[in-house]
Write a protein that binds this ligand. Structure first.
Ligand code: ACO
Length: 330
């Protein structure tokens, strides 16, 4: 069974309740029908029922079994606004602003997850990443022991020599433009957990990437990755992590042996941690486009409850798969 099928099967077994705030977006409407028909998840769409039903009719989509909620008319609207106002009072939130904010389905959807009405949220078919993440970062926040939410991609490559049968985890490719040493160490830890929980890797090997391998180049950026590696080793002694190392040293056994002899990770890494978002985002897209790898994600890691972002170029299939992924995280 391939990875995507496995994730869908796991989601079907758990049958979680997922909210899709972009309820009037046509791929989202079509995905809601597929998810319901195939019993992958219980789905709630947010938006005006008239508009959602008009989209469904135009797209010849049957929405039987899909719940529709219009945030402004819902019984929870005022209570959500009150709670949001309280939690953001120190940031200058007022009740008027909170009522206005709660009309935004992205905020209303996050509140549904926060209040355990739903198990997770998926959006981003028509909203930029930052706009999807901000409500979740403000309301749901990180899980205990974690300070930084990050975004991993599960890269399904065409070469079974890499990672676990060709599957590798890349992070952070989606959230933090820059990372401190501590944050990079934490991303390594969260990514190893994603490798274990979502992909089923038993003891993932984590490489901290740089343009230097074990001191081959001297630069403050290299020092940062070396420091992040030391922090990860100290804070998470059970984690199989090493660095700093170049990408070829991380994934090619002969290069790893030559450049980082004795490393428990070099040459056999399953998880690649990038020093910043420019490197991580560019690299996952390069592997996806030039290497024809399937990039599943981003999987948002470290959030107290699961919310996931979509690419605005996503297909109906991508939305279905991301909902399945969120269900597995829930
Ligand atoms: N982890 C935990 N909390 C965070 C994080 C994080 N990584 N980032 C921000 N926060 C918190 C802040 O502490 C703040 O909390 P508070 O308001 O309660 O004090 C809240 O989130 C908002 O933070 P801001 O810094 O005000 O929000 P900002 O507008 O900078 O948004 C965001 C944060 C959305 C993550 C931003 O850094 C961003 O846009 N990142 C890039 C996303 C992106 O464009 N990715 C590339 C495309 S994705 C792709 O290609 C698949």
């Amino acid at each position: 069974m391939d990875l995507v099928t496995q994730i869908r099967e796991k989601a079907r077994a758990q049958h979680k309740h997922i909210v899709l705030p972009e309820g009037t977006e046509k791929r989202t409407v079509a995905a809601a029908a597929v998810l319901t028909k195939e019993a992958i998840a219980q789905v709630t769409l947010l938006g005006s029922p008239e508009k959602i039903n008009a989209v469904a009719a135009a797209e010849h989509v049957d929405l039987s079994g899909v719940a529709i909620i219009d945030p402004e008319k819902d019984e929870h609207y005022t209570a959500f606004a009150e709670e949001f106002c309280q939690m953001r009072a120190k940031k200058g939130m007022t009740m008027d602003k909170a009522l206005e904010t709660m009309k935004n389905p992205l905020y209303f959807g996050v509140m549904m997850v926060y209040k355990d009405i739903c198990d997770g949220m998926v959006a981003g078919a028509e909203n930029a990443t930052g706009d999807v993440l901000r409500p979740a970062l403000q309301i749901i926040k990180t899980r205990p022991g974690i300070t930084t939410v990050s975004g991993a991609f599960i890269m399904v490559t065409q070469d079974a020599h890499f990672g676990k049968d060709g599957i590798m985890i890349f992070a952070d490719c989606a959230v933090n433009p820059t990372l401190t040493d501590e944050q990079m160490a934490e991303v390594a830890y969260c990514s190893a957990q994603t490798a274990q929980k979502v992909v089923g890797m038993e003891n993932p090997k984590v490489a901290m990437l740089s343009f230097s391998t074990k001191g081959s180049a001297k630069h403050e950026l290299v020092d940062k990755v070396a420091s992040a590696t030391a922090i990860a080793k100290e804070r998470y002694p059970e984690l199989l992590v090493d660095g700093e190392m170049q990408l070829d040293a991380a994934v090619v056994p002969s290069v790893g042996e030559f450049k980082a002899p004795g490393s428990p990770v070099a040459g056999h890494a399953d998880v690649l941690i990038f020093p910043d978002l420019q490197a991580g985002n560019a690299c996952y897209k390069a592997v996806q486009r030039f290497g024809h790898a399937n990039a599943v994600g981003p999987v948002l890691q470290g959030m107290a409850k699961p919310v996931n972002d979509l690419s605005r170029g996503c297909s109906v299939e991508d939305i279905v798969n991301t909902v399945a992924l969120v269900s597995c995280q829930a």
